[in-house]
Design a protein around this ligand. Sequence first.
Ligand SMILES: Cc1ncc(COP(=O)(O)O)c(C=O)c1O
Length: 415
Amino acid sequence: MQAFTYRSGQLFAEGVAVKDLARRYGTPLYVYSRNHLRERYEAIASAMAEVKPLICYSVKANSNAAVLKTLAAAGSGFDIVSGGELFRVLRAGADASKVVFAGVGKTREEIEYALKERIRFFTCESEPEARRISECAKRLGLTGRIAFRVNPDVDPKTHKYISTGKKENKFGLDLDRTMQAYEMAAALPNIEIAGLHLHIGSQILSADPFGAALAKVKDFCLALKAKYPSFTTIDIGGGLGIDYKPDQQSLDPKVFAATVMPFLRELGLNVVMEPGRCIVGNAGILVCTVQYVKESYFKKFIVSDGAMNDLIRPALYQAHHEVWAVSATDKRVPGDLVGPICESGDFLAADRDLPDVGEGDLLAVLSAGAYGYAMSSNYNSRPRAAEVMVDGDKAFEIRRRETLEDLVRGESDIR
Ligand SMILES: Cc1ncc(COP(=O)(O)O)c(C=O)c1O
């Protein structure tokens, strides 16, 4: 579905006018479409139905409780990377047996928390981590189930900061060391070998790299399956890309499924997936109000109240987000959409044909549902934005705007 469409020249989120939301909740404002979330989840589940995957939504993409609850109600499990994310998903009513825990730097506290909550398994990033999980599990008299994350050294052809399955990346174990790692881990007390994990990167628009990664680990998985009766699962990670630009095409879950299915069929293992961006990315927009339109030597700067602290992707990854006027206009002007932050990297769109808007007008930055609010900060002492979820013709404030008091909460004076 198209969650955000124009009706009589006004941008709507499902059945609600965005300008009414901006008036009611202020800006900068994140607006999400609940039905888009549901539909994307179902699209993946139905494309992959043959292997009945456990879909573990990747919480890092957007961790708002309303998002988590919506997906949990659809049947989703969760891919987490911290004790904080575990806390969030449990608070949202997640079934811990549908939670998998990734990340290269799990602390003892986080491991013990996850063990006590009886999560499904840890995707284990190194031999020292396996030893640490074993120690923690032994101390607690519990079993740590692990799936080693393998680095298959394939190029996912995405931005280098979100490529995770190449030799030079910090993630996973080199394939040629992995068998030894399994043997070592299998001999550790209180460890059960649950499976193998792959996650090669994010915003991948072709299914080919996923096929290439599976081709590299297939025989290896079959050998592990034969060796360890508890080796029952392959976790194929996330990474399916979305269309940030009009000339891009989201990776269709059906195309993805057609590529990975022959491998999964042959493996005959339980399948876990960890999609994030492709569920929530196009479910969200960031709505901003134009503060000034400033002419400089070379170009026009549209200065909005939304900034890099609200949406850091353009500054961090040179990411492209489409910018729409909330009240439609055909007139365009070349320029940059920037925020008020004291950094030249503070832009939401650079060197673009932007809607020709003036002071007080509203702009929507599209495809902002994933890695948007979740990566926001208080830089320049800016309170974080509010978040609203639209479901049909109803809107719910799912996070209130931060106040000035929120900025200093937790700080104390030197006594
Ligand atoms: C281990 C792991 N799984 C899943 C994801 C989700 O990726 P995406 O949002 O691209 O689907 C990530 C993202 O970095 C990740 O690190």
